[in-house]
Write a protein that binds this ligand. Sequence first.
Ligand code: NAP
Length: 251
Amino acid sequence: MSTQQIALITGANKGIGRGAAEQLAALGMTVVIGARDPERGERAAADLRVGGGDAHAVTLDVTDPETIAAAARQITERFGKLDVLINNAGITGSGQVDPSRAFDQVPSTVDLDMVRSVFETNVFGVIAVTNAMLPLLRHSPAPRIVNVASHAASITLLSDPEGPFAGLLPSAAYTPSKSALTALTVQYANEFRKDGILVNAVAPGYVDTDSNDHTGFLTVAEGAAVLVRLATVPADGPTGGFFAADGPVPW
Ligand code: NAP
């Protein structure tokens, strides 16, 4: 089997996922851009190729089992393995900076269907994609899984009334979905510890992307750096951890 490293990033047609794809391609990896819209995926892959990267697009909606299975089949046929899986695709569930929707995640009045759709993408989608890609990851000599959470996932930080996030509006959807994702990361890490599959969660920081209507203060490249760092940790690197650019994030 080829020694060329293959990385799949979900939701990589834009934002932090695309930034991670660019950086992994610059490191010499073959990157597979997962995108729910085939055209947007192809465009992102073509842009990366123009920049000298080896990039390919697959149609992958993390809430759609058929596209997940088809993506796994395509990667199997084309590459036969996967070295890196970055579960990056995510939604906030609301227009966080739209004042008319600012309170739509407050627990006492939240729309349960919105909570379900956020968990469907941010949590259940990660399980579905990870499990579908697992046979491919097992063909890698050094598989790495990175789950893109958020500082908002930190129950320690969020439960401190004097803490840095005391001003955040209470959320029954996005924030708990990311806490569930970090919890899930630990469970996968524990299951795979004996197999050498390293699984970590990361918090990219507050990054200038569509998801926050470009209010973030970090560039996409700055936010993506921690995804890339955990995607490329050596065999004695961490597993079951939760990291930001400046070090571990409290659970
Ligand atoms: P973004 O620019 O909105 O990008 C999100 C990506 O996820 C897009 O490619 C989007 O595809 C894709 N996506 C959404 N639902 C999907 C689905 N069902 N199947 C496949 N792809 C789907 O947001 P971002 O800021 O880069 O966010 C990337 C990750 O970082 C998310 O998990 C987010 O929660 C996390 N994060 C971001 C920040 C921040 O400050 N930006 C902070 C903490 C954590 P479409 O183009 O088709 O919509």
